[in-house]
Design a protein around this ligand. Structure first.
Ligand SMILES: *[C@@H]1O[C@H](CO)[C@@H](O)[C@H](O)[C@H]1NC(C)=O
Ligand SMILES: *[C@@H]1O[C@H](CO)[C@@H](O)[C@H](O)[C@H]1NC(C)=O
Ligand SMILES: *[C@@H]1O[C@H](CO)[C@@H](O)[C@H](O)[C@H]1NC(C)=O
Length: 198
């Protein structure tokens, strides 16, 4: 009973997020692909602004265009996260801030991101995996997130990010190949409109 209560909190929190996770699969035995470890991942070089070019469409991120993510360094050593996007249909800007950290220093490209929320009188943290599968720091990045809840509900998300508002076909194809070779469906990827002054 308690587990279901916490699930409904998770789902509720997802509605409040700019970047939440899509419900992707159901069924016992469902699992997340293994993240390739980038042992020499350089967090400092990864910081700064990224444009979201393509994503696995998320029900909670629907209509959100011109999405950017900005990463910095907090005094506590964690990564500051600022996600922005514009709902073109409603002409409304939305922004979410959070914090990310590396739980295991031997796997520096595997981060956990937390978005604090207040639900009624409770402070809850909406946590998700933020795994950098590939990046050259100056042009492209592929971020993948997967969490299994209650052992059978899979939340999956992926973002192809770029330092500019577009990406070369070569880099885009390379990242999609990496997704498919790890069993992630790329046919569901959608392009994010970046025609904004962001
Ligand atoms: C969107 O909102 C901005 C400022 O809130 C306004 O200047 C602009 O005209 C609006 N655009 C449309 C298409 O409604
Ligand atoms: C940290 O990562 C290393 C390398 O993947 C792994 O061998 C080790 O078990 C991890 N440590 C913990 C506490 O999970
Ligand atoms: C992207 O958004 C702009 C501005 O709202 C719009 O004019 C354009 O048609 C959109 N492009 C696509 C491919 O949807």
């Amino acid at each position: 009973m308690q587990k279901f209560a916490s699930l409904s909190i998770i789902l509720f929190v997802c509605f409040a997020q700019t970047k939440a996770f899509s419900i992707y699969g159901f069924g016992f035995g469902t699992r997340c692909p293994t993240t390739p470890i980038i042992a020499d991942f350089d967090q400092d070089k990864y910081l700064g602004k990224w444009y979201e070019i393509e994503r696995i469409p998320m029900i909670f991120e629907r209509n959100l265009q011109c999405v950017t993510a900005e990463y910095g360094k907090n005094d506590n050593g964690r990564v500051s996260v600022k996600n922005s996007g514009i709902n073109l249909a409603a002409n409304k800007t939305s922004m979410t801030t959070g914090e990310a950290f590396v739980p295991n220093q031997s796997e520096p490209n595997k981060l956990v991101v937390e978005f604090p929320n207040q639900i009624l009188f409770f402070n809850v943290k909406n946590q998700g995996n933020y795994h950098v599968w590939s990046t050259d720091y100056n042009n492209y990045a592929l971020v993948y997130s997967c969490n299994i809840y209650l052992g059978f509900i899979k939340f999956e998300a992926a973002w192809i990010l770029s330092r500019s508002k577009d990406i070369s076909l070569e880099n885009s194809n390379k990242l999609k190949e990496l997704l498919s070779s790890n069993g992630v469906k790329t046919s569901t990827l959608e392009t994010v409109n970046q025609t904004c002054n962001n």
